[in-house]
Each structure stands twice: as C-alpha cells, then as structure tokens.
Design a protein around this ligand. Structure first.
Ligand SMILES: NC(=O)c1ccc[n+]([C@@H]2O[C@H](COP(=O)([O-])OP(=O)(O)OC[C@H]3O[C@@H](n4cnc5c(N)ncnc54)[C@H](OP(=O)(O)O)[C@@H]3O)[C@@H](O)[C@H]2O)c1
Length: 284
C-alpha cells in the first residue's frame, strides 16, 4: 500500500514507519525535518499534490505544549482538517488519526479540545476513517517515558499530590499493532478506539513499576501538595514543556478507559506489565 505518514520522525510515528516498511508498504514521511511544516499546510490544496496515488494516510503529528510558532490550533486542528478534506477529494481509501484519550465530551484543555475538533472533522467526511485515542504511550525513545523513568529512579520519588491519579499506560507496540490493523481491508472502518493498557493503575504505582523495570528496589515517596506542584510547573514548563499546568490538570482528571474494545479489535488483550499491581478499590 502507498501510505503518507505525518509525524514520521517522532516517537510514535518513527515506530509506525519502521513497522509499515517491514510489512512491505511504501511510505512517504512528513514532518518539518522532512521538509513539510504543518504551519504552512492549512488548505486542502496544500496537501493535494502529496496525495497522488496515496491509498492511506496516518496522522501522527502533535505537541504536548505550545511553543513559539507551534500552536495546538494549527498543529492539532487546522492542518489535519485540511489534510483530511484533501484526502476526501483525492479519494484516499483510509485515514488513521492518532488523537488522544480524553479528546471527547470530557475534553477541557486546548490540547484535548483541538484534537477533538480534528477528530470531528474526520468523522464527518465520506471516507474510511479510524480515530485512535491512546492513553500515555510508553516505549523506547518516548519523551514522557524518559521523564517518568528519570523521576522513578530518584532515591525519593516525588508524587503529584497523593499520587493516586489513575493512568492506563499502553505499550507502543500495541499502538503500532492497532495502526497496522486499521489498514487491513477486512477491518470495518469508521471506528473510534481508545488505545489503553490492560489495567488502570495509580500514578504512584506506575512510577514504582518504572523503577522496578530499571532493576531498582522500591523507594520512599514524597507527596508534593498540588498547589506547590502547579507553582513549580508554571516555572518548570519553560525548561520542560511537558510540565505545563494543563498537563498536570489532565493527569489529575485521570486517563483510563475500557480495554475490551481494543482487545476485540486486536484479537488479543493489550500487553500487561509484569508484576502489574492489581486494580484496587476506587479504580474506575
Ligand atoms: N506519546 C504519548 O504518550 C501520546 C499519548 C497520546 C497521544 N499522543 C499523540 O500521538 C502523536 C505523536 O506523539 P509523539 O509522542 O510521537 O510526539 P513526538 O515524538 O513529539 O513527535 C511529534 C511529530 O510531529 C512532528 N511535528 C511537530 N511539529 C510539526 C510541524 N509544525 N509540522 C510538521 N510536523 C511537525 C515532529 O517532527 P519534526 O520535529 O521533524 O517536525 C514529530 O515527527 C501526537 O499527536 C500526540 O498528541 C501521544
């Protein structure tokens, strides 16, 4: 299949690119490093010349925080909406959009709202679409994986508040497998799928698991009161954009979903973490 993959130089896109090529697909990658800036791709006409002979498009461009010249509205909504409309005009068979868990009726941050806006444009088009909403994705080379692994390796692990925020990290290979399955002609399209790990766990347990995965024993934790974390985040985001207060608010909101639809889609459950703490009382 001839495929256009945006975000091909990123953590998720890079692994999708490798898997697609291994599966024998012909892939054209798109990103700034590959000469295409979403900031200049805001009309369907900008995309049409790139869609000649393309049978499927996968969009894996995104940012976790805004920086100069990189806005959520442009990168998550306007440029992808133009791409999706161009796909309809060029009769591209399938479009796979990497959205994010929480880009639904609960969305409240610009990150989630702009993702949701693009998802809604895609759902309104007459083509075969998939909207994939991954939770936190972990795997080699992930910026959030590296940040959390670093925190987990400290002798005293700092927690956001009591650390009982619910998360459901999904392994990168499950997301890649889901994308590949979306391209199979026998799989019915027009689906929105939450791409989550096997079970929810608390953020504190997630950090302890990341610690164990580095061969370290359990460490004491330091619960940092939320107002103090927010104040630090307002300053720290200039060094680490991921620390933006909105991202902490999304963490507080929790990020979980039923894994059964993904299990049915893949024909197997998502990968479970070894020694995964069992869900405890209060788990959604
Ligand atoms: N990682 C997660 O845990 C996670 C969870 C849920 C959803 N997602 C979503 O998955 C997608 C990929 O995330 P990721 O973790 O792989 O991010 P990433 O590693 O930061 O990759 C982002 C990609 O977007 C490209 N990009 C950024 N600005 C661009 C621009 N102006 N024009 C063209 N390309 C641009 C980057 O390439 P250049 O720098 O070369 O432009 C890169 O290829 C995002 O939409 C993200 O919201 C990620």
């Amino acid at each position: 299949m001839r495929i256009l993959l945006t975000g091909a130089t990123g953590f998720i896109g890079g692994h999708i690119l490798t898997a697609l090529r291994e599966a024998g697909h012909e892939v054209q990658g798109v990103s700034r490093r590959l000469g295409v800036d979403f900031n200049r791709m805001l009309r369907p006409e900008d995309w049409l010349p790139r869609l000649n002979g393309v049978e499927a498009v996968i969009n894996a461009v995104g940012i976790i925080a805004e920086t100069r010249g990189q806005s959520f509205e442009t990168l998550h909504h306007r440029a992808p909406a133009a791409l999706f409309r161009a796909c309809e005009r060029a009769e591209v068979k399938r479009v796979v959009q990497i959205s994010a868990l929480g880009a639904d009726e609960r969305a409240f941050t610009p990150y989630q709202l702009t993702k949701r806006a693009a998802d809604e444009v895609l759902r309104g088009l007459s083509l075969d679409w998939f909207v994939l909403r991954p939770s936190l994705v972990y795997g080699p080379g992930g910026k959030s994986t590296d940040l959390f692994r670093g925190l987990a390796a400290l002798p005293l692990i700092p927690l956001v508040g009591d650390g009982r925020q619910w998360v459901q990290p999904v392994h990168l290979s499950d997301l890649v497998a889901t994308v590949l399955r979306c391209l199979q002609p026998d799989i019915p399209a027009r689906q929105t799928l939450d791409v989550v790990g096997a079970h929810p766990l608390t953020f504190a347990d997630w950090l302890q698991w990341l610690r164990r995965s580095q061969g370290k024993g359990p460490a004491p934790v330091l619960p940092v009161p939320l107002p103090l974390v927010m104040a630090s985040a307002r300053l720290g985001r200039f060094l680490v954009p991921m620390l933006h207060p909105d991202n902490l608010r999304m963490l507080q909101q929790g990020s979980t979903a039923d894994a059964a639809p993904l299990t049915r889609f893949l024909g197997r459950p998502p990968l479970a973490m070894e020694a995964f703490p069992l869900p405890v009382e209060g788990c959604p």
